[in-house]
Design a protein. Sequence first.
Length: 114
Amino acid sequence: MLTLLMANKKNTKTMKITRTIGILGVPFFMMVAFMIAGGNPKALIHVSVLVCIIGMTLFGLLATFGATTFSFVGNGFLALFTKPEPNPLYVKIATAGSRYAMGSGVLGLVFRRY
């Protein structure tokens, strides 16, 4: 019986309740701490910085990888519901995208300051 359960566990991908609690708990307690400190939670949302991050990241990926960026984004959304095949080019796009997002986030905050 235990062997059957172990074999079943390898083939199914489930999210544990502790992971769900962790994912939901981190932003919740961040907001609670921010409100206890006297802040307004709406002050954490900066639309101008979000536009900067999304725009600079998207157009940076378009400049680097061309039209493949659109298939990467589309397949990324599909990956929420299906299990995609590994694609080495998508790994490069994701790595570059994370770097572009980090850089554009820093620039967005610097530009927002002035």
